[in-house]
Design a protein around this ligand. Structure first.
Ligand SMILES: [Zn+2]
Ligand SMILES: [Zn+2]
Length: 264
């Protein structure tokens, strides 16, 4: 049992942390990072990046965070320090709530091993909140439960149909631009021939047919009007065609998209 190095007055034999961590390592394997203190008086730091339980389907994981537990000398008679790092898709409010919930669990279980429970609770909360925080920058509406939205590799979120409409438009713009440039024998910069994320301009990876097949967003007025008359997209494309400038500015698309439907 004695692991050497930690000759504290509490006695190495009652130190349950190493065996608790061993169990965690056998459950979480490489996902679990353990920074062991050089002596027993140095807190161990255990960290694990948590995702919602979505049967390993990473494309439908919209939120995550890294749970960092600093385990003090007197654990389990003293609670671990809980930190939430690198949160994605979560609001400040949600992060605070997760932190409070985990803190309560740790306090309620004072005196007994609690690390496994904290990790599992973190996962459970993410599974229940697997909807990105914020709004779709294309239609400016928030994400509702059961709505079809898409996560880009750059971790930005859009309603799938909004993104379909955007990429479709951008593809047309790009091909027009390409033809014009070829006619004028000007070189086309690389960034002008790929569809980019409307938020950060990273190149987008997408499957247009899948995006187009997604259900319409529920709340968005843009799509409500579209649903009523069923001509949103053709209306929009008429509007786009009217614009003389064939600038590839993605923001001009978004502006016209919003302007055309939010004034009513
Ligand atoms: Zn949208
Ligand atoms: Zn992005």
């Amino acid at each position: 049992m004695a692991t050497g190095g930690g000759e504290d007055q509490t006695g190495v034999e009652d130190w349950a942390l190493p065996s608790e961590v061993e169990v965690l390592e056998s459950i979480y394997l490489d996902e679990l990072q353990v920074l062991k203190g050089k002596s027993r008086s140095v807190p161990w730091e255990i960290s694990i990046t948590l995702h919602p339980a979505t049967a390993e389907d990473q494309d439908s994981q919209y939120v995550c965070f890294t749970l960092v537990l600093s385990v003090p000398l007197q654990y389990p008679n003293e609670i671990p320090k809980i930190a939430i790092q690198n949160p994605r898709g979560l609001s400040d409010e949600q992060i605070q709530k997760i932190s409070q919930t985990l803190q309560c669990i740790a306090e309620a279980q004072l005196g007994t091993p609690v690390l496994y429970e904290l990790i599992e609770k973190g996962k459970e909360i993410l599974t229940d909140n697997n909807i990105p925080h914020g709004q779709c920058v294309i239609c400016l509406y928030g994400f509702q439960e059961n709505e079809a939205f898409t996560k880009t590799p750059c971790y930005h979120y859009f309603h799938s149909r909004c993104l379909a409409s955007y990429t479709e438009h951008m593809e047309k713009e790009i091909s027009i631009q390409k033809k014009e440039r070829i006619q004028h024998l000007t070189a086309v910069p690389k960034e002008d021939i790929e569809v980019q994320c409307p938020v950060c301009r990273e190149p987008l990876v997408y499957d247009l047919a899948t995006l187009q097949a997604a259900p319409l967003p529920q709340q968005s007025m843009v799509w409500k009007i579209g649903r009523g008359t069923f001509c949103t997209e053709s209306l929009l494309s008429k509007r786009w065609n009217k614009q003389e400038s064939s600038s590839l500015n993605h923001l001009s698309y978004i502006k016209s998209f919003r302007k055309s439907h939010t004034s009513e």
